[in-house]
Write a protein that binds this ligand. Structure first.
Ligand SMILES: *Cc1c(COP(=O)(O)O)cnc(C)c1O
Length: 230
C-alpha cells in the first residue's frame, strides 16, 4: 500500500474506535441520548481532514482563527461544518464573523459577547455560540465561573440579540484524579440542565482523554483531536 492509503487505513481505524467508544458510552446513558462528534484537526493537516471527510466525518473544529481560515479556504469545496473552540482575541472578531463558523464554542465572557454582538449587528449577521464554563476554576483556562454561568447566560440572551446561544462548553479538569474530572463535568451538566428551559440544546464536554466519562455525565457533543489524528 502507498503512504496515502496507509494513512487512510490508520485514520479509519482511529475513527472507528472513537465512534465505537462513543456508542458504548451513550447507550449506557440512554438509547435516546445522541452525541455529536467534532473532529479537532489542530495537530493535523488538511489532507487528513479531507480523508476523514471521505470516511464520513462532517464536523471539524479548530482553536485558532488563522488556522480555521486557512483550512476553510483550502477545503471549501467540501460541505463541512466548522467549529471554533479557542480563545478569541478581540482583534480577530471581524475575521471570525467573516468565516461564519457553524458554532463558536468558546464564548468566554459577557464582554466578548457584547463586542461580538456589536460587530455582528453592523454586518446584520448572527452567530451560533456556546458559553464556555471554567468548571474546575483553573487559572490556565478561560470561561465563566460555575457560580456566574447561569446569570451571564441570561444577560447575554437579553443584551446580545445577534448571538444565538445554544448551550455550554467546558474543558474537563486537567488532573489525573477521575473524580475531579467527573465533578467538573457534573457541575457543567447541572448548569446545562437549568438552561434547557432557555432552549439550550448543546452540552459540549469531552476530549481524547475523557470523552467517555463526559458522555456518561451528560455531554452530547465531544471534541476529539489526538485520538483521531494521531
Ligand atoms: C485541542 C482541543 C480539543 C481536542 O483535544 P484532544 O485532547 O486532542 O482530543 C478539544 N477542545 C478544545 C477546546 C481544544 O482546544
Amino acid at each position: 500500500m502507498n503512504e496515502l492509503k496507509l494513512r487512510k487505513e490508520e485514520l479509519r481505524k482511529n475513527l472507528d474506535e472513537v465512534i465505537w467508544n462513543i456508542e458504548q458510552a451513550r447507550i449506557s446513558v440512554s438509547e435516546h441520548h445522541i452525541v455529536q462528534l467534532v473532529a479537532v484537526g489542530k495537530y493535523s493537516d488538511e489532507e487528513s481532514i479531507k480523508t476523514l471527510y471521505e470516511l464520513g466525518q462532517r464536523a471539524f473544529g479548530e482553536n485558532q482563527v488563522q488556522q480555521l481560515e486557512k483550512r476553510m479556504k483550502e477545503l471549501e469545496e467540501l460541505p463541512l461544518q466548522w467549529h471554533m473552540m479557542g480563545n478569541l482575541q478581540s482583534n480577530k472578531i471581524n475575521k471570525l464573523i467573516e468565516l461564519r463558523p457553524t458554532l463558536f464554542q468558546s464564548l468566554d465572557s459577557l464582554k466578548l459577547a457584547q463586542a461580538l454582538n456589536k460587530r455582528l449587528d453592523e454586518k446584520n449577521q448572527k452567530m451560533n455560540c456556546l458559553l464556555q464554563i471554567n468548571a474546575a476554576n483553573e487559572e490556565s483556562k478561560s470561561g465563566v465561573s460555575t457560580e456566574e454561568a447561569f446569570d451571564i447566560y441570561q444577560q447575554i440572551k437579553e443584551s446580545c440579540p445577534q448571538l444565538k446561544l445554544k448551550g455550554v462548553m467546558s474543558i474537563g479538569a486537567h488532573v489525573e484524579e477521575q473524580k475531579e474530572i467527573q465533578k467538573s463535568f457534573e457541575l457543567t451538566h447541572a448548569i446545562y440542565q437549568k438552561l434547557e428551559k432557555d432552549d439550550a440544546t448543546i452540552c459540549s464536554m469531552g476530549m481524547s482523554n475523557d470523552y467517555e466519562l463526559a458522555i456518561q455525565c451528560g455531554s452530547n457533543l465531544v471534541r476529539i483531536g489526538s485520538k483521531i489524528f494521531k
